[in-house]
Write a protein that binds this ligand. Structure first.
Ligand SMILES: Nc1nc2c(c(=O)[nH]1)N[C@H]1C(S)=C(S)[C@@H](COP(=O)(O)O)O[C@H]1N2
Ligand SMILES: [Mo]
Length: 264
């Protein structure tokens, strides 16, 4: 008798467990299909959404570009100009500095000693600045880890004038209140656009020395940009022209689909 009730109880329990398993299976499969469907739908939506028109930036689906721009704004606020990049002792700087690429630097006749910098204050009002004027400003040194998007980095030692000191000295503060700064090689073949905050970052330099020597031709003589809050692509060698704008200036690699911000 006792045995019989026990068996009955066991059978009932087994049925309950089976029902439980069935219910759980049902829940997990439905969840799988609903979430899977949503993910597939989202992917198809993104896949079918229009690509942005190539211009200042290129190569992204419109919704993705919107997300990228939002992320950019977030990080721009987050990495304010109070945030300094890490610096290193001079002894750690590379003696043999890597040369990467030389777009816009192949003019046969280019002579650093004949160079002047053009600052476009407005259309038809261009300020010409010589190397001597730039060297007369306070010199700032920076030893930091230079990073190229192609996957290498190197501790390098640069010196020049802080971009913000340069702006102060040449009374360009009103111009620098615009949202963006554009820089180009003298022949206009390589060009970068920067948000003014990054250009005015206290570690951004218009550099004319590397390892205590004038910058070599292949590294951007006589004057190049060193902007440690950005990847190498933004560190324009052989600056010819600087301009100001509230619209994004054209940017060589952004046109090829790289992130316009290219921040670190
Ligand atoms: N004018 C010009 N500037 C340039 C480039 C270029 O091709 N042309 N390449 C950029 C890239 S991708 C990198 S990584 C750095 C490399 O600087 P380096 O050759 O002094 O190492 O310069 C940047 N500035
Ligand atoms: Mo690079």
């Amino acid at each position: 008798m006792e045995n019989h009730t026990d068996k009955n109880k066991k059978a009932k329990e087994e049925v309950a467990v089976e029902q439980k398993i069935k219910r759980r299976n049902f829940i997990s499969f439905s969840t799988f299909f609903v979430l899977g469907g949503a993910a597939f739908g989202g992917w198809k939506w993104l896949y079918n959404s229009p690509e942005e028109t190539a211009g200042i930036t290129a190569g992204a689906r419109k919704p993705l570009r919107r997300a990228l721009n939002k992320t950019e704004l977030f990080f721009r606020k987050f990495y304010s100009n109070n945030h300094h990049v890490k610096t290193y002792p001079k002894a750690m700087a590379a003696k043999k500095v890597r040369v990467n690429s030389d777009i816009g630097m192949d003019d046969e006749g280019f002579k650093p000693e004949n160079w002047t910098l053009s600052v476009v204050k407005s259309k038809g009002d261009v300020l010409k600045i010589t190397m001597d004027e730039i060297k007369a400003l306070p010199k700032t040194e920076l030893i930091f880890s230079f990073k190229c998007v192609e996957g290498w980095d190197q501790i390098q030692h640069w010196a020049g004038v802080k971009f913000s000191d340069f702006i102060d000295h040449f009374k360009l503060n009103e111009h620098a209140k615009m949202d963006y700064i554009g820089m180009e090689t003298p022949n206009g073949e390589y060009y970068v656009g920067l948000e003014s905050e990054s250009a005015l970052h206290p570690q951004t330099l218009l550099a004319y020395e590397m390892n205590d020597q004038p910058i070599a031709i292949e590294h951007g003589a006589p004057l190049r940009l060193i902007i440690p809050v950005k990847y190498g692509i933004k560190n324009l060698k052989r600056i010819g022209t600087i301009s100001f704008s509230n619209k994004r200036p054209k940017d060589y690699w952004a046109e090829q689909g790289y992130d316009y911000y290219s921040g670190l």
